[in-house]
Design a protein around this ligand. Sequence first.
Ligand code: BDR
Ligand code: CA
Length: 314
Amino acid sequence: GTKLIIDTDPGVDDAFAIALAARSDEVELLGVTTVFGNVSLAATTRNALRVLALCGRDDVPVAAGADRPLVHPQPRRASHIHGHDGLSGRSAALPEPGREPGPGGAVSLLASLISAASEPVTIAPIGPLTNIALLLAVHPELKAGIDRIVIMGGGLGGGNSTAMAEFNIWSDPEAARRVLVEEDVPTVLVPLDLTLRCAVEAGWLAKLGATGPVGAALHALTPDYLEAYRKVLGWDGMAVHDAVAVAEAISPGILRTESFPIDVDCSAGPGRGATLVDRRPPGARGVGEGEVAGARADIAVDTDLDGLRAFLFD
Ligand code: BDR
Ligand code: CA
């Protein structure tokens, strides 16, 4: 199976994504690294440890990474969506972690796991891209050891943090640009447009809650998050953005992707943090000034929605 490292800022949907990988026998979860994002680094790290403890996976190494973006301060956290503790105020539904993160830091853990792996690994960044930008900056020689970077982020038709920008990209646009545009690594981008379509119904969550202790604890995290998403979606459900990206990391091809030219807006204006994707047919694309430059990403554009939800449930 795929060898996977998750880089995360839990986050309710991050918790679902970590549990998905931690409990799957189709994937070897080599490690989890944490980053600031939905809440502070201290809180996201503690939450990652809690989710792994819940899943009986205290064997998976965890290391904490960046506590802020590369260049500008983070504009805002997402505690209005994920609660003050990052888990909808319900972190007590998960076990207290019986351990601390490893001593070396996220970039060191990523580097040592990639170097030690017998085959190229998949990285699934499901928070701001700061740790991954630092990894590629410090260890360019490790790019050959990376099979794919499957990112939850971006929006083709607009954002959620601002009109144009999705939260993970908006939280550190310079880091996102480094990973998606400046570095020559295979990237898959799973944008908001698709993750919102993959949202799950309240009834799906209730059924998940009845499957056993892991399902019950995940379900227990959701009441306030569900409430917040009801307003976004206009129906009784919630987005599990990060779990959609991790599903693709575990099962390549579960999402349909198309390769498009991409750039990230790092200006200070209202487009800051937007993913600029050229979806014109190849013959109609321009070159030169004012056009999206040469970098490309495989962008997830569609999936079998019910098949995907069944995969997450299993
Ligand atoms: C992304 O932002 C975070 O709040 C979620 O965990 C997800 O990674 C969605 O825009
Ligand atoms: Ca996240």
